[in-house]
Ligand binder design. Structure first.
Ligand SMILES: C[S@@+](CC[C@H](N)C(=O)[O-])C[C@H]1O[C@@H](n2cnc3c(N)ncnc32)[C@H](O)[C@@H]1O
Length: 268
């Protein structure tokens, strides 16, 4: 019988390496191993040759940036044409690198599946070459780390939680505060004053916390959120809002009842 022939992989793997939101101690062992696996590094920047927050996390962790690490430009703009061009360029560049047959570790700030360029990049690359293998290494999200440094729980027992970009606006946020015990407002910078007005109207300033650059050297945790009015905060910031006054509906406890019954049967 003939031995099966192994077809060499045409492309290297695209690996999304979550680095956590700033503190290099929050890089997972799997993420750390991927960075040291010999894969080529790629990191996101907003403009060519600008500093990269993700790359800086790895650097602060004591890792030397490989000489052949490449930057991929993802501009911060809402202009659809500029964005489409930038994405097409980044995807083509990524595919060209993967075609060398070497794995590519894309450095991601926070968690790679949470509002991250990585999933979008992976999709765009697979549109060009569906056979490209993608590996996502999960990590600590900004809001999980923010809750920890703020000494707050995101959700306990039966509590509910929503995570949204603040850009949905205050009418939507107002509605969500009726439905969820905790609302995490990501990308809060452009709407901060409007959101503070809403929180003041609803009497929720005291149960809110603002966290900026969590885990980075310039981390800031502000419990007196009203003091932020008029301030130009950093893009890497979020608000954790808890609504202790939320009216809860009745919980359907079917599953819990069944589990309790099984436990009783097992004992008797
Ligand atoms: C494009 S999203 C990236 C989210 C990230 N992948 C995560 O897992 O949290 C950017 C938004 O995430 C939040 N964010 C990311 N890093 C942060 C940090 N170090 N401190 C506070 N907020 C952060 C901010 O709301 C920021 O506007």
């Amino acid at each position: 019988m003939n031995a099966p022939t192994l077809t060499p992989r045409r492309f290297g793997r695209l690996i999304g390496v979550s680095l956590g939101p700033g503190d290099p101690d929050l890089i997972t062992r799997r993420g750390w191993a991927a960075l040291q696996s010999g894969a080529r590094w790629a990191y996101p920047v907003k403009r060519a040759e600008e500093s990269s927050y993700a790359l800086d996390i790895a650097r602060r962790g004591g890792l030397a940036v490989p000489d052949d690490a490449v930057e991929l430009v993802f501009p911060m703009t809402r202009d659809a044409i500029t964005l489409a061009k930038a994405w097409a360029r980044a995807a083509a560049q990524t595919l060209q690198l993967l075609a060398e047959g070497r794995d590519l570790a894309f450095l991601v700030e926070g968690d790679a599946s949470t509002y991250s360029t990585f999933r979008h990049l992976a999709r765009a690359v697979r549109e060009l070459a569906p056979e490209v293998e993608v590996d996502t290494i999960p990590g600590v999200s900004s809001f999980a780390a923010a809750a920890a440094v703020a000494d707050l729980a995101l959700a306990e027992e039966d509590e509910t939680m929503a995570v949204i970009p603040a850009a949905y606006g205050t009418a939507v946020i107002d509605h969500l505060l009726d439905e969820f015990d905790t609302v995490v407002l990501m990308k809060v910078k452009p709407l901060l004053d409007e959101v503070l007005d809403l929180l003041a109207r609803r009497g929720l300033l005291a149960s809110s916390c603002f966290v900026e650059k969590v885990g980075a050297p310039k981390q800031r945790v502000v419990h007196d959120v009203a003091s932020l009015r008029g301030e130009k905060v950093n893009y890497l910031s979020l608000l954790l809002v808890q609504n202790p006054k939320r009216q809860r509906g009745e919980l359907r406890r079917g599953c819990r009842k069944r589990a309790e019954q099984q436990a009783v049967t097992a004992v008797s």
